[in-house]
Design a protein around this ligand. Structure first.
Ligand code: S3P
Length: 446
């Protein structure tokens, strides 16, 4: 695929009302769980980004139907827990770690053999973190060195329920084990020392599964699923993705005089670490019309431009804002004073090594940064936007691309990213939405 460089130039105040696309985590799960339910699942506001479309294609290959109607509503007809059939082809997960890890867990609990692959970014990412617990349950794997894709899973419908303590704070690993437990007789438990996003737990309950949580003696959280429930098709309203909203939010904060309203943004407390951090930095963000939408809290966000100050972001906050550090780093680069982000080890195994890519890109834009041996990131803001005037490498990573385009709305000289193609994985329409608010983002000849 040909790279599509994009350039972002200094904008005036951003104004307007927008709804960013649907939540990626919730969209993947709506398709997967709908495919296992009996009857029809109706999904409003599904994210039609490439990552989620890969999940839809995989669910079809595994025997469910998942189609978008003329009314833009998606309808999924499931096969029942245990009813997935063997796919005739390799399942291509594209750029999506969530699709790959959750589906590997799901098929591990079915008596079928499945083959998974992805693009050059996904095929570098660690899968051993899901292979290890699923092997303990009785599934078999053949993978590339270091547990990389492509891999083959030989699943079974007589897996052994386990109690598994997460070695890394990962909702994807937690979900993979719970989904393998879905078609496993007995109770499968995942223990997490740090709470990670709980969309799987909330939505599985919504479909009728028994999922319980209990604090352990050492203060961790034990999440248990009772196997072989009957799931029933449901109606799902997907909130706007707080991780996507982060880009127009930060862009508005960086431009004095801005006022932007973002509708229906998901406010699950396991996802809102960025917003807590921005408020600590002095951001003017109002959370209006707070309500519940099909089991997930949502709000409309009113964001006003102003000045930000540097803060220390504690390591414990990382799981609740794991995808938002690149755009927080862009905000920190324009803030007054130093921002220190602690505990960023997991950033190294995202769509790219985000710690390295952020540090490299900011340095090119004239920002003083340090990466600590403890996987911390320190960004020295001067109170004024940095110079910019650089082309930043994005390494097939949508969030690196969008974060630097947001930075470019404020820098003295334009910021260019080498490839905006991967923005389609999570935020179709990003450039138009941002330009509709007053940003100046355009294509450039490669
Ligand atoms: C996700 C979990 C997070 C996040 C990813 C989506 C999910 O990954 O980075 O974008 O939907 O469960 P980890 O759980 O691996 O940290």
């Amino acid at each position: 695929m040909q790279a599509k460089p994009l350039r972002s130039s200094s904008a005036g105040a951003l104004t307007g009302t927008v709804r960013v696309p649907g939540d990626k985590s919730i969209s993947h799960r709506a398709l997967m769980f709908g495919a296992l339910a009996i009857g029809e699942t109706v999904v409003h506001g599904l994210l039609e980004g490439e990552d989620v479309l890969h999940t839809a294609a995989a669910m079809r290959a595994l025997g469910a139907s998942a189609e978008r109607g003329a009314d833009n509503v998606w309808r999924v007809r499931g096969v029942g827990v245990g009813g997935l059939k063997e796919a005739a082809q390799v399942l291509d997960m594209g750029n999506s770690g969530t699709a790959a890890r959750l589906l590997v867990g799901l098929v591990a609990g079915h008596p079928i053999t499945s083959f998974f692959t992805g693009d050059a970014s996904l095929n570098k990412r660690p899968m051993a973190r899901v292979i290890t617990p699923l092997e303990q349950m009785g599934a078999s794997f053949v993978s590339r060195a270091g547990g990389r894709l492509p891999l083959a899973v030989i699943g079974r419908d007589d897996l052994v329920p386990v109690t598994y303590r997460l070695p890394v704070p990962s909702a994807q690993v937690k979900s993979a084990v719970l989904l393998a437990g879905l078609n496993t007789a007995g109770v499968t438990t995942v223990i997490e020392a740090e709470p990670t996003r709980d969309h799987s737990e909330l939505m599985l309950r919504h479909f009728g599964a028994t999922v319980t949580t209990k604090e352990t003696e050492d203060g961790a959280l034990a999440v248990s699923i009772t196997g072989q429930p009957e799931l029933t098709g449901r109606e799902i309203f997907v909130p706007a993705d707080p991780s996507s909203a982060a880009f127009p939010v930060v862009a508005a904060l960086l431009r004095p005089g801005s006022e932007v309203l973002l509708r229906d943004v998901g406010m699950n407390p396991r996802r809102t670490g960025l917003y807590d951090t921005l408020l600590e930095m002095g951001a003017d963000i109002g959370f209006e019309n707070r309500r519940d939408q099909a089991g997930e809290p949502v709000a409309d966000l009113r964001v006003k431009g102003g000045t930000l100050k540097g803060v220390v972001v504690p390591a414990e906050r990382a799981p609740s804002m794991i995808d938002e550090y690149p755009v927080l780093a862009a905000a920190a680069a324009c803030a007054q004073g130093t921002t220190v982000m602690l505990g960023l080890k997991e950033l190294r195994v995202k769509e790219s090594d985000r710690l390295a890519m952020v540090a490299e890109g900011l340095t090119k834009c004239g920002v003083k940064v340090e990466v600590g041996a403890d996987d911390s990131l320190t960004v020295h803001g001067t109170g004024a936007p940095p110079q910019g005037g650089a082309t930043v490498a994005t390494a097939m990573d949508h969030r690196i691309a969008m974060s630097f385009l947001v930075l470019g709305t404020a820098t003295a000289e334009p910021v260019q990213v080498d490839d905006g193609t991967f923005i389609e994985t999570s935020f179709p329409g990003f450039v138009d939405l941002m330009n509709g608010l007053g940003a100046k983002i355009g294509t450039v000849a490669p």
